[in-house]
Design a protein around this ligand. Structure first.
Ligand code: PHE
Length: 351
């Protein structure tokens, strides 16, 4: 046997003795028999020998390779057997309670949205929906939000590249936006249904806003009631009935005059603080009231845009943020917590 091959075998066995993992075993195999392995390299030596010695060297090289391969194989079996023994030796305590698979729950926002819907369904409302990508006409024009209204400003609205979805609505060249509120569902509903109309429309809305209390994606719920003889008193009564069902107590409802182009008169509405019953606490900043959203009597022009006779019918609408409502209910300090998907947060809201 060539001294070169003999040295390789000796070295190999020495290295093999300290191999304790399958990965290390594989590395050793590569180091000796891989493409650039040391034994593989010796094969090249054969060409340098005088022709008479080549045959013997070739045979010795083959034996060397076979011996190394066989040793690797044996060692692999030994390692496997050792791993199996370790596994079997592990003590299994059958009296331990089993590991419980984690159980998911509904997102706190979903819980609030469902509870809100249930409440309004009990009060006789249907749930209506609309698309997130909306035409400017329904999101703005038909709601009396004129072309020069600041709400259309790039600073508030996400505009959607019209070409990007033109294929979805052939021939429709309207500017498209991510709806900035759920109010376009009012338009969609009034255009397709005849009074009496009594709907709520919970859904996702988008504005270019981002801080502790604003997120570019947020959620609103819209309410709309159209019939003959509907008045602001009906709105107030409905909101009071809502508080009773939703918060389990009848809360004060306060209107503060405000302006929204699609209602007249318009108001912002506050509810008596459900946490201190109006006495004043941190959550209501010691005012006794919590700001909830906007509302008012549907503007006659809006009714007419939708083909509803504004001489015969009147109605009211309201809209408020579901995220804010959820934060308030659970005293969540930062809006972003709700959209990060961190299970440490979500686990706190089992349902
Ligand atoms: N759409 C208004 C907003 O997003 C809320 C609103 C709805 C106001 C219905 C009045 C009537 O701020």
């Amino acid at each position: 046997m060539s001294p070169l091959l003999a040295a390789q075998i000796q070295q190999f066995h020495a290295a093999l003795a300290s191999v304790t993992s399958e990965e290390a075993l594989y590395e050793l195999q590569v180091a000796y028999l891989g493409k650039k392995g040391s034994v593989t390299a010796l094969k090249g030596e054969m060409g340098k020998l005088p022709p008479a010695e080549r045959k013997d060297f070739g045979a010795a090289w083959n034996r060397t390779r076979d011996e190394i391969e066989a040793a690797l194989e044996r060692h692999r079996d030994v390692l496997k057997a050792r791993a199996r023994d370790l596994d079997l030796a592990r003590v299994v305590d059958l009296s331990m309670p089993p590991l419980r698979p984690p159980v998911g729950s509904l997102h706190p926002l979903t819980q609030t949205r469902r509870r809100l819907s249930e409440t309004f369904i009990r009060l006789g409302f249907d749930v209506a929906v609309g698309p997130h990508v909306e035409g400017e006409q329904f999101n703005f024009d038909d709601l009396n939000i004129g072309k020069d209204h600041p709400a259309r400003d790039m600073a508030d609205t996400f505009f959607v590249e019209p070409a990007a979805i033109r294929g979805l609505a052939p021939g429709d060249v309207q500017e498209l936006v991510l709806r900035t509120h759920t109010s376009p569902v009012q338009i969609r509903t009034m255009r397709t249904r005849k009074p009496p109309i009594r709907i709520i429309a919970p859904g996702t809305t988008f504005r270019r806003d981002d801080d502790a209390t604003h997120s570019p994606m947020f959620h609103q719920i819209e309410g709309l009631y159209i019939d003959e003889g509907v008045s602001l008193a009906d709105l107030k009564a409905t909101l009071m009935a809502f508080t009773e069902d939703f918060f389990g107590q009848r809360l004060a409802v306060r209107f503060r005059p405000s302006f929204f182009p699609f209602v007249e008169p318009g108001a912002e509405f506050d509810l008596g603080c459900p946490f201190c019953s109006g006495r004043g606490c941190n959550l209501c900043k010691h005012t006794g009231y919590i700001e909830i959203g906007g509302c008012g009597m549907v503007h006659p022009g809006v009714l007419e845009h939708c083909g509803i006779d504004s001489e015969r019918y009147t109605g009211w609408a309201f809209g408020f943020g579901i995220d804010r409502m959820t934060m308030m209910l659970h005293q969540i300090p930062h809006l972003r917590l709700m959209f990060e998907g961190d299970t440490r947060f979500l686990e706190q809201f089992p349902c």
